[in-house]
Design a protein around this ligand. Structure first.
Ligand code: SAM
Length: 251
């Protein structure tokens, strides 16, 4: 990881699912701070943009030197150099799965107005974005991506099925979840979930996922090739079907 603020990554390495993955050695992260590779005594890593304009730009040379050391640590491991950038490919769950064949990444977190384009042209294999908005630095986007990648490492989640069943894993949004108590402010949990009938529960959850996806993210359905069961369930779903009816709640 190439970052001016390695301390920020405590949020990833010390808590929850990702923290456990670090503790269990499922992932290893090393930091290379461009400041340690600056060539002036003030450890300056940024300068004004040529041509004018607001803000500062990260200089190519400290970044390249930090990257060379990071590559040295990776050795012969299959790796990609990725610059976190709002101008990059917006990451989707399906991309994360395809990354599992690559053993390692060197992520570069920009700051200020970004990094000198010559560094990107010369050194970067891919640019990844977490969405069409701009945040102040690449550390948070890198943590978002690392967390999402970690969830796909076998053994990272307590329950292996979770990664397979969550939103986007099958191309659909996830189904609603309920837990104890069975009545909250007089509102009952959908009765099917108390039935113990696994097949009915599976079908109910699939219906909910299909309906949610159709209502909230119809473009996801358009991009999917639905199987026969999904097509039938969707066709049978009346447009005016009330969500409460779908949820099979007792009134
Ligand atoms: N001036 C740049 C532009 O318009 O594309 C934005 C620079 S941004 C303030 C500083 C750094 O935050 C970027 O170099 C990048 O590493 C990171 N960043 C900001 N938004 C991001 C996003 N949506 N996805 C990934 N990284 C992002």
């Amino acid at each position: 990881m190439i970052s001016l603020f390695p301390e920020m990554f405590d949020a990833l390495s010390k808590y929850g699912v990702s923290g456990r993955a670090f503790d269990n050695g499922l992932i290893e992260l090393r930091f290379y701070n461009p400041r340690n590779y600056a060539d002036d005594p003030h450890q300056c890593v940024d300068s004004r943009p040529y041509g004018g304009g607001p803000g500062m730009v990260m200089m190519a040379e400290p970044l390249s030197r930090a990257l060379a050391d990071a590559k040295g640590w990776m050795g012969s491991t299959d790796h990609r150099v990725v610059y976190m950038s709002p101008q990059g490919k917006v990451l989707k769950q399906k991309h994360l799965k395809s990354f599992s064949s690559c053993e390692g990444f060197i992520l570069v977190a920009g700051r200020y107005e970004g990094v000198d384009e010559r560094f990107i042209e010369r050194e970067v294999d891919e640019e990844w974005s977490i969405g069409d908005y701009v945040v102040s630095g690449g550390e948070l986007p890198a943590m978002v991506v690392l967390d999402a990648l970690i969830r796909n490492i076998p053994g990272a989640l307590g329950h292996a099925q979770s990664a397979e069943e969550g939103s986007f894993s099958q191309g659909l949004l996830g189904h609603p979840q309920y837990t104890r108590p069975d009545s909250v402010a007089g509102e009952m949990v959908p009765t099917v979930l108390l039935s113990g009938n696994h097949e009915q529960i599976r079908l109910w959850r699939l219906k909910c996922s299909l309906k949610r996806t159709r209502d909230r993210r119809p473009e996801l359905l358009d991009a999917m090739v639905l199987n026969l069961e999904q097509t039938k369930l969707l066709d049978a779903m009346d447009e005016d079907f009330e969500l409460k009816v779908l949820l099979n709640r007792e009134k």
